[in-house]
Design a protein around this ligand. Structure first.
Ligand SMILES: C[S@@+](CC[C@H](N)C(=O)[O-])C[C@H]1O[C@@H](n2cnc3c(N)ncnc32)[C@H](O)[C@@H]1O
Length: 241
């Protein structure tokens, strides 16, 4: 029965909406225009380190070009990380970027779902700016696969764009960020990221904070805690125990 379920989750790979060459080429300029994401990236690293125990396996899911693992690797030399991303081009860039830490790293270019269902279990999985990119049904499949891959005492840390429940507040935050992109980025890059983020505000992608908490609970997580919110960006910790 469990095998059947696992097969069903795996059948359809997750779509990659972050494959636009403009977004990929300019990912650092885009992140520079969202200072709160950089702050939360550092805080996510500290949260991972505070939960880590010797022997724990850590996974950076949707690791991209290596930026989400960098603060963790720079400050915590005892921690080893598995980095997974569907884009082999991004994984190659991550290998170069993280070369000084190579002996502590394992890189895998693969769809997140396929990886989670076949890989050895991890105690800590974190994802930085990844989960919001998927349609809501795919978010549920991914969260279930994350839950299945974690050890019985495992935790999932999601650092992501998570809309507040108040619709007006969410729209105002979105509009302010789009304005920032127009001011800070070239017209080509601003157009690409604004199109992407405007899609995020609509179905099937739009998810509010309480909907996301329900998704985590639906996947089986026992405890779900909002650790920090700065504007649209938030860190949520979901524990199996
Ligand atoms: C916005 S980037 C974030 C990258 C990195 N975590 C960071 O914070 O810089 C989203 C990443 O999700 C990856 N991604 C999209 N679909 C995926 C899938 N099906 N499986 C694994 N990774 C995927 C993309 O290739 C991209 O690198």
């Amino acid at each position: 029965m469990k095998d059947l379920e696992a097969k069903r989750i795996e059948e359809i790979p997750l779509p990659n909406r972050y494959s636009d060459p403009v977004l990929l080429r300019h990912t650092h300029e885009i992140t520079d225009a969202i200072p709160e994401d950089k702050i939360l990236r550092i805080e996510t690293a500290e949260l991972v380190a505070s939960l880590w125990r010797p022997g724990n396996k850590v996974l950076d899911l949707g690791a991209g070009q290596g930026d989400s693992s960098l603060p963790l690797l720079q400050k915590h030399s005892e921690i080893k990380v598995d980095l997974v991303d569907v884009s082999s081009e991004s994984i190659e860039q991550a290998k170069e970027r993280l070369a000084p830490f190579a002996e502590r790293l394992t890189f895998v270019a693969k769809d997140a779902l396929a990886y989670l269902l076949e890989a050895k279990k991890h105690q800590i999985i974190f994802a930085d700016l990844v989960v919001h990119n998927f349609p809501n049904d795919d978010k549920r499949r991914l969260l279930k696969a994350i839950y299945e891959n974690l050890t019985s005492d495992g935790v999932f840390i999601n650092a992501d764009k998570i809309l507040p429940d108040d619709e007006k507040e969410a729209q105002e935050m979105h509009d302010a960020q789009m304005q920032k992109y127009r001011e800070k980025l070239s017209p080509e890059v601003a157009e690409a990221i604004i199109a992407h983020e405007t899609e995020d505000m609509r179905q099937p992608y739009r998810t509010t904070e309480s909907e996301f908490v329900q998704m985590l609970q639906g996947a089986g997580f026992e405890k779900v805690r909002m650790i920090k919110r700065v504007k649209r960006s938030a860190i949520i910790l979901a524990s199996k125990l």
